[in-house]
Design a protein around this ligand. Structure first.
Ligand code: ADP
Length: 438
């Protein structure tokens, strides 16, 4: 307020001096006009200095002056200085983030809300072949054209990463992961997992080869044991006693080897291309017959066919998955239990279900049940002849059919294993094809 009062005084003083000088020279009004003109000239000059300062040397110290103008210059200068500091601090942060992203061995690509590339680190240039000169502002799918990546990008479900070969080097295996942030922007990360992928391949090949190599010696052993068993009565009792146990263990080993081989085949051959319409009636009927034979009158096995549409998939694989679930139900439920094999609608898709009213499974085991060799009760499972690979096989078969396994169970209330298939895996109409080949 003081400043404004001083400014007013300045105006009055100049006007007063003008008036006084004018009055002394007998031109009072002309003197007043001159006094006011001097005041206006002073303000115009300050305005000119402000304009010059802001346009030519905004970083330099402001021109020295007094009064309201001095205060204005001062405040503007301090405000500008504050802004410059904030800007420098933000630029420093951005630089540090970019430097740390640069130092990362993984590719980082920032995408705007349309999916256009805004910024990336040098690892992205090395792994994805991005070029700073040409690619900035281009849509990511113009550079990563693999249909699997395009589907992944547009599906907007980024909970699971996507594994693909690099677009510039087929030998390099990359794992892509997208994160949504801010205003629908995306951060794409790609990690080189070539080494891990090779190790995994080696492990799979090793298991497949060992299982394959074990098949012939086991067949020979089983063959000789069978011959010896035929002539068991001619053998000294001391040797004959061990024969049934040897036969039982050999057959367990054979089952184990054949399950391991099946699992390796399901893993190695990523496949899942088979879209044959399956005769569900015949398929469920065939598994029902086998399970009833295995149960040997101790359980009842029923079939319920509610969904009219057929499943599109591999007959052999679906048969194997369903058999595993049905045989488990026979193995792990007490005598007199009821087992139902069901094919019914579920949401947009359908569900292949095996339900029993046996003893059920404690929920603590459910998350790990599909792991290889995971058993709830080790002693009992071995005694029932299980290999510990049944549910792992089911899980892999379902993965190849875009389906998933859901297990519902509470101790004492039976178990329900549901294979949930999406609508795309259903044929328009029921197939007439029989599964007599199985
Ligand atoms: P296994 O060859 O031992 O049967 P699986 O992978 O098929 O191996 O099954 C894993 C475990 O899940 C089994 O050891 C068994 O304890 C449990 N299980 C599977 N199905 C059932 C069922 N219907 N009722 C109770 N327990 C079950």
């Amino acid at each position: 307020m003081g400043l404004w009062r001083r400014e007013l005084w300045r105006l009055l003083l100049l006007a007063g001096i003008g008036l006084l000088v004018g009055w002394l020279l007998s031109h009072a009004w002309a003197g007043l006009a001159l006094g006011l003109a001097a005041c206006l000239a002073f303000h115009l000059r300050q305005l000119y200095r402000l304009h010059r300062w802001l346009t030519l040397t905004p970083q330099a110290e402001p021109p020295a002056t007094t009064g309201v103008w001095g205060e204005l210059f001062d405040r503007l200068y301090r405000y500008q200085k504050g802004q410059r500091h904030t800007q420098e601090r933000l630029l420093g942060i951005i630089k540090r983030i970019q430097e740390s992203s640069e130092a990362m061995r993984d590719s980082v690509v920032m995408l705007d809300r349309h999916g256009d590339m805004e910024w990336w680190n040098s690892a992205a240039e090395r792994m994805l072949g991005l070029n700073a000169a040409h690619d900035r502002g281009h849509h990511i799918t113009n550079l990563l054209r693999d249909p699997r990546f395009i589907d992944y990008f547009h599906a907007r479900d980024y909970r699971e990463p996507l594994t693909l070969p690099s677009p510039i080097d087929e030998q390099m295996v990359l794992q892509f992961q997208i994160t949504l942030y801010g205003d629908d922007e995306r951060l794409l990360m790609a990690r080189d997992i070539t080494r891990l992928h090779r190790l995994e391949e080696m492990r799979r090949d090793f298991v497949a080869n060992v299982s394959h190599e074990l098949r012939t010696p086991l067949t020979v052993l089983a063959g000789y044991l069978e011959t010896y068993a035929t002539y068991a009565d001619q053998l000294p009792p001391r040797f004959a006693r061990g024969l049934p146990s040897m036969q039982e263990q050999t057959s367990r080993m054979q089952n184990l080897v054949s399950d391991l081989l099946l699992l390796s085949r399901l893993e190695i051959d990523r496949g899942g291309e088979d879209h044959t319409p399956l005769g569900m009636d015949a398929l469920l009927g065939s598994v029902q017959r086998d399970a009833t034979a295995t149960a040997a009158g101790r359980h009842t096995v029923e079939v319920e066919l509610v969904e009219p549409k057929s499943l599109l998939g591999s007959e052999q694989e679906i048969h194997s998955a369903l058999s595993n679930l049905a045989f488990n139900a026979v193995r792990y439920t007490p005598e007199g239990s009821r087992i139902v094999l069901r094919w019914r609608p579920h949401g947009d898709g359908a569900c292949l279900e095996v339900e029993d009213n046996g003893e059920g499974i404690d929920p603590v085991h459910l998350p790990r049940l599909t792991e290889r060799f995971y058993r709830v009760d080790k002693g009992r499972s071995a005694a029932t002849g299980g290999t510990g690979l049944g549910l792992a096989i089911v899980k892999h078969v379902l993965l190849r059919h875009d389906a998933r396994l859901e297990i519902d169970s509470r101790p004492g209330q039976g178990a329900r294993f549901r294979c949930l298939f999406p609508a795309e895996r259903l044929a328009a109409e029921a197939a007439e094809k029989s599964s007599a080949s199985l």
